[in-house]
Design a protein around this ligand. Structure first.
Ligand SMILES: Cc1ncc(COP(=O)(O)O)c(C=O)c1O
Ligand SMILES: N[C@@H](CCOP(=O)(O)O)C(=O)O
Length: 467
């Protein structure tokens, strides 16, 4: 399998190099040259398989030609053996046609673990084979950071630097990042928003000499391997609900557009997904886009679902690439205009194409509290604020005869204040994090400044060749 950049001018790479490269050298995002296809018969043959076996089958084609291909089934089995639920991503029924897909049974209690626990192991395997080191730089609004630090801590072949917006995560999210006691793991509070952190990361990648000197790679969903691993649970849910012989739609709480893009990728691979409802909080740039075809940046506003406090959704570029028929020059022009003017638009024909699959939805903070309260009263389920935005979006989407699945992206205990406000009960952290508030915190603080970040990485990374 070969991968091409959405901007069209970076080298075409195989899986192992895409994993280690993260962002393409022309500033684009890697996508597979063609989609592996699963026929209805193939899908029926996958029904009833364990999570690990299904994951191996779904991801296998993306690794064709990889050095880890033979070891991949073992790596996948080991990855998901460490989750707290035997089903890994269990489904719960909320209503006649409404289901919740719980994605928070990994070590840091968010859907990011599903992909990042695998990425940590894949990095290890490929780097050991190549006998080299990496420097990972990532941005987080809260959940990617903790999952990535947990997945990469104490790995001998890499250093990891995670930038988070100071004061804009929940306390649990911050502590999950700052209490990781590992020499190779660095949590950095940045004076700014998640978008500022993501811009710093991309700017560091654009500094080619620095990138090469330190061997930069990514753990955000700009890294194709993240998307690949997230595709799996859409197959798991749809097959469990009867696909390919039953229609399924998904409502996906969305920020960086990685999770919902993974759903789109599953659809491109033959999974019969009817519709994708893109659920936003008050940072509703995507909801506005789906209404009118105009992507216009606004200010990032803090909300009760802080992981979705994002305006620039990186993975939308992957969808644009498809919409332009794989025209890298056009994607480059649109992205350049977006960075320059904070705006781009799609014409009516392209917007209609998008609308065949996607629709947008927004929910403000009072609506989020009301949804947590109502779902608990009706079903007993306690939702975190992000999942509540998703469930409200799923209810708005509901179509008779179509199973609608809402993604529960984080455990309610990561956002105890909002949950307590809604239900009167403070959710407890699961046992593996029970002493989180007693662990000592360690973090760096940096201004929103590329040179300061460059200096920090230079001072703390071991570089490419150290053992
Ligand atoms: C709990 C939670 N929900 C939703 C999202 C949004 O997902 P994505 O950025 O893949 O769109 C995030 C962050 O990624 C998250 O941490
Ligand atoms: N909500 C995310 C933002 C980054 O998303 P990613 O999927 O691109 O890593 C977070 O929790 O950090």
């Amino acid at each position: 399998m070969r991968y091409i950049s959405t901007r069209g001018t970076a080298p075409t790479l195989g899986f192992d190099d895409v994993l280690l490269t993260g962002l393409a050298r022309d500033g684009g995002l890697y996508v597979p040259e063609s989609w592996p296809c699963f026929s209805a018969e193939d899908l029926r043959a996958l029904q009833g398989k364990s999570y690990a076996d299904l994951a191996t089958a779904v991801m296998g084609p993306f690794l064709a030609g990889s050095i880890v291909l033979d070891d991949f089934p073992r790596i996948v089995r080991e990855t998901y053996a460490d989750f707290d639920h035997a089903a890994v991503t269990p489904l719960k029924q909320l209503d006649a046609d409404l289901w919740l897909l719980e994605l928070f049974h990994g070590p840091t209690l968010a859907f990011k673990d599903v992909a990042l626990q695998l990425l940590g192991r894949l990095f290890d395997a490929v780097l050991a084979h190549r006998q080299r080191r990496l420097t990972i730089v990532g941005a987080t609004s809260g959940d990617t950071g903790s999952a990535a630090l947990e997945a990469c801590r104490n790995r001998a072949n890499l250093d990891i630097f995670i930038l988070f917006p100071k004061g804009r995560t929940s306390e649990v999210q911050r502590r999950q990042m700052t209490t990781i006691a590992a020499e190779n793991a660095h949590a950095i509070a940045v004076e700014g928003t998640f978008d500022d952190c993501q811009d710093l990361v991309k700017a560091l990648f654009a500094d080619e000499p620095f990138r090469d000197e330190f061997g930069l790679s990514a753990v955000n969903s700009i890294n194709w391997a993240r998307i690949m691993a997230q595709i799996v649970y859409y197959f798991v849910a749809a097959l469990a609900l009867g696909a390919p012989d039953r229609r399924v739609s998904f409502a996906v709480p969305t920020g960086n557009f990685g999770n919902v893009y993974a759903a789109y990728a599953a659809r491109q691979m033959g999974l019969p997904i009817q519709r994708l409802q893109v659920a936003s909080n008050r940072n509703d740039i995507l909801a506005r886009f789906f209404e009118g075809g105009e992507m216009r940046i606004g200010a990032v506003e803090p909300s009760l679902s802080p992981s979705m406090d994002i305006q620039v959704s990186s993975n939308f570029e992957r969808l644009l690439f498809d919409l332009t028929g794989g025209n890298g020059a056009e994607v480059t022009a649109l992205m350049t205009a977006f960075r320059r003017d904070g705006l781009y638009s799609l014409n009516a024909q392209r917007l209609a194409q998008v609308a065949q699959v996607f629709s947008g939805f927004r929910l403000d903070d009072p609506g989020t509290i009301a949804e947590i309260r109502a779902t608990r009263a009706a079903t007993g389920e306690v939702l975190d604020p992000h999942s509540a935005v998703g469930v409200a979006a799923a209810r708005a989407l509901a179509q008779a005869g179509v199973a609608t699945v809402s993604l529960a992206c984080a455990h309610p205990a990561k956002f105890p204040d909002a949950v307590e406000e809604a239900t009167g009960h403070r959710p407890e952290l699961p046992e593996r994090l029970a002493d989180l508030y007693q662990r000592p915190e360690r973090m760096a603080e940096l201004p929103n400044d590329l040179e300061a970040l460059r200096r920090f990485v230079r001072d703390h990374a071991k570089g490419l060749t150290a053992v």
